[in-house]
Design a protein around this ligand. Structure first.
Ligand code: BTN
Length: 265
C-alpha cells in the first residue's frame, strides 16, 4: 500500500514518508482511537497514518457512528503535530475540508463540492465525506485528523437511514477509484498546506465560503450559548459561521451541537 500511496510524489516528500508511517489494517474499532493510543504511548509521530478497510466502531462528530462496508471507502486518521499558537488549532478542521474538497474536485473536474460548516464535504446536496478532528496533549500536542471518504460504495449499499442523504465518488464516476492513490493525493496536500495555511488562512476561508452549503439558508443552531436562528452569511476570518438574525444581529459561531436548515424558531 505504501508504494501506491506515494506514487507520483516528489522525491523530497517520499524521503519524509517511509513505509513505517503507514499502519494499514484490515479491521479495527476506530482509526482515530487507534492513532490516539499510539501517540499516547509515543509509538507514532507527525504524519503517521492509521488506515482501516473496516471499522467496527467508527466515530463521527457529536458522538455519531460512522459506518461503511468493508474495503469500499477511505477510512483513515493522520497525526499532525500542533504548533504553540493555540488560536490556530480551531482552523485545522476547516483546512482539512479545503484539502479534501480540492482533491475531490481534482478527481471530478466537472464538479464543485459544497462545504457544510464546519467541515463536511457534500456533492449535489449529499454527504460525501466527514472529518473528525481530535486532540491529545500528552506526551505533546497532536491533532488526530480522521477522514471518512465515500469512495467505491454503491448508492444501494448505504444503510437505509442515510441512503438518500449520502453519496460516493463511484456514484459520480461510475467506476472504482484506487483508495491508496486517493490517500496519497490527500496526504500530499497535507504536506504542502500544513501548517503554513493555518496562518495564511484567507485563501482557505474564501475557498470554503465560495462553496458554502449554508450561506443564504435559513438556519436554526443549537449552541452552548443557546438557540440561534438566522440566515447563513458565510465565514469569519478564522472559519467561524456567521449567522444574521431577523433583527440584523450578526452572530459568529465557533461550534454548534445541531444545525437545522430552513427552520424558523
Ligand atoms: C462526521 O461526519 O461526523 C465525521 C466522520 C469521521 C469518520 C472517520 S472514518 C476514519 C476516522 N475514524 C473514526 O472513527 N472516525 C473517522
Amino acid at each position: 500500500m505504501h508504494s501506491e500511496i506515494i506514487q507520483g510524489w516528489p522525491e523530497s516528500l517520499k524521503k519524509e514518508f517511509g513505509p513505517g508511517k503507514v499502519h494499514w489494517i484490515a479491521e479495527t474499532g476506530s482509526t482515530n482511537s487507534d492513532l490516539l493510543a499510539l501517540l499516547k504511548n509515543d509509538r507514532a509521530g507527525h504524519l503517521d497514518l492509521v488506515v482501516a478497510d473496516y471499522q467496527t466502531a467508527g466515530r463521527g462528530r457529536r458522538g455519531d457512528k460512522w459506518e461503511a462496508p468493508a474495503g469500499k471507502n477511505l477510512l483513515f486518521s493522520v497525526a499532525l503535530e500542533l504548533g504553540e499558537d493555540k488560536t490556530l488549532w480551531t482552523r485545522l478542521p476547516h483546512l482539512t475540508a479545503r484539502i479534501l474538497g480540492s482533491v475531490v474536485e481534482d478527481v471530478l473536474p466537472m464538479q464543485k463540492v459544497q462545504t457544510k460548516w464546519p467541515n463536511d464535504i457534500y456533492l449535489d446536496g449529499k454527504k460525501l465525506a466527514g472529518i473528525l478532528v481530535e486532540t491529545i496533549m500528552i506526551p505533546k500536542p497532536y491533532a488526530v485528523v480522521g477522514i471518512g471518504l465515500n469512495v467505491n460504495v454503491r448508492p444501494e449499499e448505504f444503510p437505509t437511514p442515510i441512503e438518500s442523504l449520502a453519496t460516493s465518488l463511484y456514484a459520480h464516476l461510475d467506476c472504482e477509484s484506487s483508495r491508496p492513490f486517493l490517500l496519497g493525493l490527500i496526504l500530499r496536500e497535507f504536506f504542502e498546506s500544513y501548517p503554513n495555511k493555518l496562518t495564511r488562512f484567507d485563501e482557505v476561508k474564501d475557498w470554503l465560503e465560495e462553496r458554502s452549503f449554508l450561506k443564504g439558508k435559513e438556519l436554526l443552531l443549537e449552541t452552548a450559548a443557546g438557540t440561534i436562528c438566522g440566515t447563513g452569511r458565510g465565514l469569519g476570518p478564522g472559519g467561524e459561521l456567521l449567522v444574521e438574525s431577523a433583527a440584523g444581529a450578526l452572530h459568529s459561531i465557533i461550534s454548534a451541537e445541531r444545525i437545522e436548515i430552513n427552520r424558523a424558531p
